[in-house]
Design a protein around this ligand. Structure first.
Ligand code: MG
Ligand code: ZN
Length: 277
């Protein structure tokens, strides 16, 4: 086991596109979706779209079939399996919904790699219609974060994970994402954590514009191949750091030239290789 928690966004991070758009487009409802989008929040619109598709005779099996075809870079599944095999605690934080995510993860046979999936709740009702509800009930208890959509603040989920870190014996978080909704959680990360923004995607732009606000180390990636390379490199780096930490406490506590043990250890290590210059 390692002390690493890896938190993945789902859409455009694990799979190559947005699962909501993929289902709507593949089931031929793009025009209606675009027409209704200005009139309601995205999450409510997805519930509405499921109603429309059900009324048109589209079944749960039709939706599953579309989800199973969602494009994914060939290196993503190996990267996830490797990180899991190395003892990382993998989690998902996504503004898609539980049904879409679990259908895809089951299809890819990687559902068991994740200890936790945080997403908008969903279920199939008696009529066979998929119902999707907000992660946060924004009418009764709004989350109050101005950076995030009303139905989900990913930063709050990261704070909850952070609160349990010490109890679970975990030390570092690696967060991977692409969208503007991944900026808030990136700001919650601490020194010793890592954020992996997808290059040239909204979260990367936001991080570049606000570098001073990000305490975590930033490691960008462009595609599944680079995601795999950077993620496994970071896991290796953190593991080496932790081993050094446990092996060198005696030495560092005697050697007084360093002010504090964690900083001294951190600085004593060579910088991580940057894949992208
Ligand atoms: Mg995303
Ligand atoms: Zn937020």
């Amino acid at each position: 086991m390692t002390g690493i928690i890896v938190v993945f966004d789902f859409d455009k991070t694990i799979i190559e596109l947005d699962s909501d758009n993929w289902v709507v487009d593949e089931l031929g409802a793009t025009n209606l979706f675009n027409q209704l989008l200005p009139t309601m929040p995205w999450n409510s619109l997805m519930d509405r779209m499921m109603k429309e598709l059900h009324a048109q005779g589209k079944t749960i099996e039709d939706i599953k079939e579309v989800l199973r075809r969602a494009p994914i870079h060939p290196r993503i599944v190996p990267a996830i399996k490797k990180a899991h095999a190395l003892g990382c605690d993998l989690r998902i934080v996504s503004d898609a919904n539980m049904f879409f995510i679990e259908t895809i993860l089951d299809h890819l046979c990687i559902r068991n790699c994740f200890s936790e999936i945080n997403s908008n709740p969903s279920y199939v009702d008696e009529q066979g219609r998929l119902r999707i509800s907000p992660y946060v009930d924004f009418h009764s208890s709004p989350h109050g974060c101005t950076l995030c959509p009303p139905n989900m603040c990913k930063g709050m989920i990261i704070e909850r994970i952070q609160a349990s870190l010490a109890k679970e014996g975990k030390k570092s978080i690696i967060y991977l994402g692409d969208g503007s909704g991944d900026f808030c959680p990136s700001l919650k990360l601490n020194e010793g954590d890592f954020v992996m923004p997808r290059k040239n995607f909204p979260v990367w732009d936001l991080i570049c514009e606000n570098r001073g606000l990000v305490k975590a180390e930033i490691e960008e990636w462009t595609d599944g191949e680079e995601l795999e390379h950077v993620l496994l490199k970071l896991v290796e780096k953190i593991n080496i750091q932790e081993n050094d930490n446990s092996n060198s406490i005696q030495f560092f506590s005697i050697d007084c030239k360093f002010e504090t043990i964690p900083i001294a250890l951190h600085e004593a290590l060579p910088p991580v290789l940057r894949v992208h210059q």
